[in-house]
Design a protein around this ligand. Structure first.
Ligand SMILES: C[S@@+](CC[C@H](N)C(=O)[O-])C[C@H]1O[C@@H](n2cnc3c(N)ncnc32)[C@H](O)[C@@H]1O
Length: 331
């Protein structure tokens, strides 16, 4: 009975997605992406047709990765939300999905905290549901950290403020966290938020805007910048521009993403099958991801690269440092 209900909910969701994609076919900017997605969502109506798609269609898409646009990158907020909810849910349930980057972000915060008493200001580009920050904050609480930490999450999806507020409800209701959303990159306002002394040790500022809007902020406005599972959404040119911007905004940048591997594809097919919108996102993401060989054969642009198998997936972490991380304390 339960499996019948789950499967009829799944079929219904695919029907709704297909109707929304059909409507996008007439949109000049998204027409091509809509067609690619329609072929995928029709295929996942049954395991056999999905297998057929995987064997005969996916390899051609991987060779022309620029043709792949995830459903989450189309102007369909309902499916953006479904995809981000699923991603955050998996990241919360499967520790290996974030372990590598969580350890790195935590070690940055702890290192910075040992040299200052002012709040540490972290910048998360394409922050999505902020599951990484949720786990980092819980770990800082567990370690009885005393220094204030501010996480500025930037994301242009209109669904992000609601998703993040939902995920942080327990911390908000315990009075451990202060949260604010803004759509304007206003230097004076951000400066005030950075120094404001509230009773809460942790603060989240959601900047609901395109990451490139931050170009107007001064150099080293943040202590450390990072992005997770964002790189594969960008073209090579956008990726380079975003990393340049991040290294203008902070002395250090951490980049984290998955790697293409058949193992990742198979696991995703197995676990995400029940959630069509999220499933589309995850399969298209893996098809866009670099393989290990591609990653290591490209210029590192001064980054230290770590490739890791953190059960159950292959992922990588790049660390860029513009200048020594520790800066003199202002005042
Ligand atoms: C796959 S999600 C990753 C979310 C989160 N970082 C994580 O690891 O769970 C990528 C996010 O980047 C956002 N995004 C993509 N391009 C962006 C841009 N130019 N500016 C702001 N956000 C962007 C999307 O809206 C999406 O929420």
């Amino acid at each position: 009975m339960i499996s019948y209900l789950a499967s009829s909910r799944r079929s219904q969701e695919i029907k709704e997605i297909l109707a929304d994609l059909e409507a996008l076919k007439t949109h000049t900017e998204y027409s091509q992406a809509a067609r690619v997605n329609i072929s995928f969502f029709k295929a996942i109506r049954s395991p056999v047709s999905f297998l057929w798609w995987l064997i005969f269609k996916a390899p051609a898409l991987r060779r022309n990765r620029s043709l792949i646009t995830e459903i989450g990158d189309l102007p369909l907020p309902k499916w953006q939300r479904a995809g981000l909810d699923m991603l955050s849910g998996f990241e919360a349930m499967v520790p290996g999905m974030l372990r590598l980057v969580k350890e790195k972000v935590l070690s940055q915060i702890i290192e910075l905290q040992s040299h200052t008493t002012r709040p540490i200001v972290m910048l998360s580009l394409g922050c999505g549901g902020m599951e990484l920050e949720r786990q980092v904050i819980y770990e800082l609480i567990r370690q009885r950290s005393r220094v204030a930490s501010i996480f500025v999450g930037v994301d242009y999806s209109p669904t992000v403020p609601e998703i993040v507020t939902d995920r942080f409800k327990p911390l908000l209701s315990k009075g451990l966290l202060q949260m604010e959303t803004t759509t304007e990159v206003d230097l004076d306002h951000l400066n005030r938020l950075k120094v404001a002394d509230g009773p809460q040790q942790f603060r989240i500022i959601i900047l609901n805007t395109d990451a490139f809007e931050l170009e107007c902020l001064p150099e080293n406005f943040f202590d450390c910048a990072y992005h997770t599972r964002l790189a594969h959404h960008l073209t090579a040119e956008e990726h380079r521009a975003l990393n340049r911007l991040a290294l203008h905004l902070a002395p250090r940048l951490i980049e984290f993403d998955d790697l293409f591997s058949i193992r990742n594809l198979v696991l995703a097919s197995f676990f995400a099958w029940r959630f069509p919108a999220g499933f589309g996102g995850v399969i298209f993401s893996y098809l866009r991801d670099h393989s290990r060989r591609e990653l290591l054969s490209r210029p590192a642009d001064g980054a230290k690269i770590e490739v890791a198998y953190t059960k159950p997936i292959w992922c990588y972490l790049k660390e860029y440092q513009k200048e020594p991380l520790l800066r003199a304390d202002p005042g």
